[in-house]
Design a binder for this molecule. Sequence first.
Ligand code: GLN
Length: 492
Amino acid sequence: MTERLTVQRCRELLARREVSARELTQHFLARIERLEPRLHCFIEWDAADALAQADAADAALKDGVTHDRRPLLGVPVGIKDNIAVRGQALRCASRILGDFRSPYDATVVERLRAAGAILLGRLNMDEFAMGSSTENSAFGPTRNPWDPDRTPGGSSGGSAAAVAAGECPAALGSDTGGSIRQPAAFCGCVGLKPTYGRVSRYGLVAFASSLDQIGPLATTVEDAALLLKVIAGHDPRDATSLPDPVPDYTAPTEPDLRGVRLGLPREYFGSGLAPEVEQSVRKAIEHLRGLGAEILEVSLPHTPHALATYHVIATAEASANLARFDGIRYGLRVEGQDPIELYERTRGRGFGPEVKRRIILGTFVLSSGYYDAYYLRAQKVRTLIRRDFLEAFTRVDALVAPVTPTVAFRLGEKISDPLQMYLTDVFTLSCNLAGICGLSIPCGWTASPCLPIGLQLLGPPLGEHTLLRVARAYQLTTDWHRRQPPLATDGF
Ligand code: GLN
């Protein structure tokens, strides 16, 4: 089996001058060329631009710049198609943005560039991040590298599949209700949704502004920690960004969990959880107990209301956020006899069916006469859900749970049944409603077909270091993260 090029490994090879940034970038570009016809993780990439960035990184390395100063110098990273990279296309996997190109860098991208990363290209997603399978992309679905007949999850499915297949060592995704953690679980990689406000949303195209967060996907906990360290921190351009200092997420910790209390939320182990998923998750929890953690059962009593609450709040915010795509300002324009017809035609043609469904639902729950019954009520339930978590975190340091009720499903299996699709997020969306942090880490594979299973860790506001400590302990004492999909290793 070929060796996996993690971010850490790339850094070592570059630091020892065993490869140049150009060679490394060429390696990933070659993998992209070879695997993309089968997987379709990227919407677009620009080899010449990536190589030019690599040459600049090589020049810096030659000048003696070290990874202590620029921690990602020469390391290629993929970016989800809803995060602005100056000069690159920004489409949110939608037709409505036409051939729009970003006039500026998102704050996270600015920080990646300052850290020396090479921005490889635009990763596929569900249109405007609405979905759980990437099937809502206007550019066609991404396929799961573990079984190309299955979904990689979504909405950051391109990010997770590209990382799992070794098309890039790490990627950025966004998570509004599970869109980093669920695809990470389906593809067998690590995904982290930071606390709301930990990472700047400046330059992230808004889906539901009170829920959206950008976060890393990688194959190891240490790589995810490094990316988080680079992108986290206060940003005056995002009013919801938190001022708290960024701890050193990468500081090594021992795989000793004595003194750590982990809560097992009763409501996350009910019916609907596939037996194989439950078994692996429970095994992982026993493993953590073996490392010294104390396991307590806790209750999050408002969990059954999370799905409905999420779909009221997320659609309401989406309907407001997506009003700007009107054919006047940027992107697609389909002319009409008057401005109303122009709006109708542009939006009618530019948005896909799921986005339209959400705009209609969101407009409805905000409309006069219904606002109190839906939106206001959902906000109140949201507060109760947040309180459940804060109450649990007075007893435990973090929660352990499944990420998804099942492993990756088949392409086409749920696309015509929105409720079934929405139900795949039951274990992930409460975290966004509560504004807390969550991490997904592989904890097993089903036997046949061979598909990854994710373990979810949920932490209190700004508790990322605790999640990383527990996940690192798990990874240091298990081998799951070394598994690679067969198509990632043949031919290289
Ligand atoms: N799958 C969820 C949805 O469809 C969450 C999406 C997300 O996190 N962006 O809304």
